[in-house]
Write a protein that binds this ligand. Structure first.
Ligand code: FAD
Length: 325
């Protein structure tokens, strides 16, 4: 018995969300009184792999094969399955990220495991059953799912578990499972970044704006505020529908779901479909000239005012603060 965590990398580096998943998996392993093993796939340097020891991994299986340089979902799922078999792991933890969302069900099928995605808390463990809290209905509700299968797969939502350092010795082992041609029917021929900006799904800080901004020509102040904060930019659906902003910035029920530490909503009414994608943000700041705007009901901080007056002042204050710190 052991817990296996899949550690996703971006161009050979682990992101904060990976360390969150390792911290979570270590806590699960602690509850089960067992070891945490990590599986890394792709070209990741030893120094980077050894950071996983800081968050509690005792062993890292390092799969570095030419065939697996880019993300091929069937092949990656097979490798995680082989790692689980090799280590006798019965609990597999992944991030509920773009790739984790596709991998988790595939790994669960291979292991005949029960699966919980969108997990947000540590499981309760009773008689070898794990009860896991997860978000449901686009973040409008929580569900508690009981896993009573022998093998269990948990996909953790980003930003839902604190980074926890539990340093210890970690061994790094090369692992070379056979990769079948049948798992390589898709070839990623090229990866082109859409933008140099911070990717919205991974962002810890998000500055988002809506129809209250009146037109695309007014977005420079939103970008300036985002830059001052080191945040990603987002928008409401009508804004991307109108072509004021690119579609990949649209958040909500029909767009991207985000759960950053800070979500600043400017000139957005707070319609239920918008809130569905942002309500699990840790801190929500709303700037709206209408005191009755529904967004204020879910705000941690609210500013009733005209965005064209408030935002420039906010940028000025942030810049002044940064120049003194
Ligand atoms: P509006 O509703 O027009 O609100 C603009 C806000 O700006 C108002 O509150 C106003 O008081 C404020 N304002 C105006 N001027 C200023 C100013 N100068 N300073 C400060 N505040 C100002 N929407 C999404 O966002 N994401 C989704 O995924 C999504 N999915 C949907 C799915 C379905 C099936 C449907 C039916 C709708 C969906 N919508 C979605 C649309 C949603 O219902 C709302 O229409 C939309 O979110 C409203 O966008 P908005 O808040 O930018 O614009």
């Amino acid at each position: 018995m052991s817990v296996l965590v899949y550690v996703e990398n971006a161009e050979g580096k682990f992101k904060k969300s990976t360390f969150e998943v390792v911290s979570y998996a270590k806590a699960v392993a602690g509850l089960l009184n067992t070891d945490l093993i990590a599986i890394s796939i792709g070209d990741v340097m030893q120094d980077e792999l050894s950071i996983l020891g800081k968050y509690g991994a005792t062993k890292v299986l390092n799969v570095n094969s030419d065939k697996l340089k880019t993300f091929v979902i069937q092949a990656y799922a097979s490798v995680i399955f082989e790692a689980a078999r090799k280590e006798g792991s019965d609990v597999i933890v992944l991030a509920n990220s773009f790739s984790g969302k596709g991998l988790a069900p595939r790994v669960a099928v291979k292991l005949q495991a029960g699966l919980v995605d969108s997990a947000v808390e540590l499981p309760l463990i009773e008689n070898n059953k794990l009860t896991v809290k997860k978000t449901a209905f686009s973040g409008k509700a929580f569900a508690f799912v009981e896993l009573d299968s022998v093998n269990k797969v948990i996909a953790l939502n980003p930003n839902s578990f604190e980074l926890t350092e539990t340093p210890g010795a970690v061994s790094i082992e090369d692992f070379q499972p056979e990769v079948k041609d049948s798992d390589l029917r898709i070839t990623v021929t090229d990866v082109v970044r859409a933008t140099d900006k911070i990717a919205l799904p991974d962002a810890e800080l998000v500055v988002s704006a809506g129809r209250g901004l009146k037109g695309p020509e007014n977005w420079s102040m939103i970008e300036e505020l985002a830059e001052a904060l080191g945040a990603a930019t987002a928008c409401s659906k009508p804004v991307s529908d109108a072509g004021w902003r690119p579609h990949e910035e649209h958040v909500g029920q029909t767009g991207i779901a985000v759960s950053p530490n800070l979500y600043v909503a400017i000139g957005i009414s707070g319609a239920i479909q918008h809130l569905a994608g942002v309500s699990s943000s840790k801190t929500i700041v709303v700037i709206n000239k209408d005191p009755e705007a529904p967004f204020f009901k879910v705000a941690d901080y609210g500013i009733v005012g005209d965005a064209f007056e408030v935002v420039p002042k906010l940028i000025e204050s942030i810049k002044a603060y940064k120049s003194h710190h």
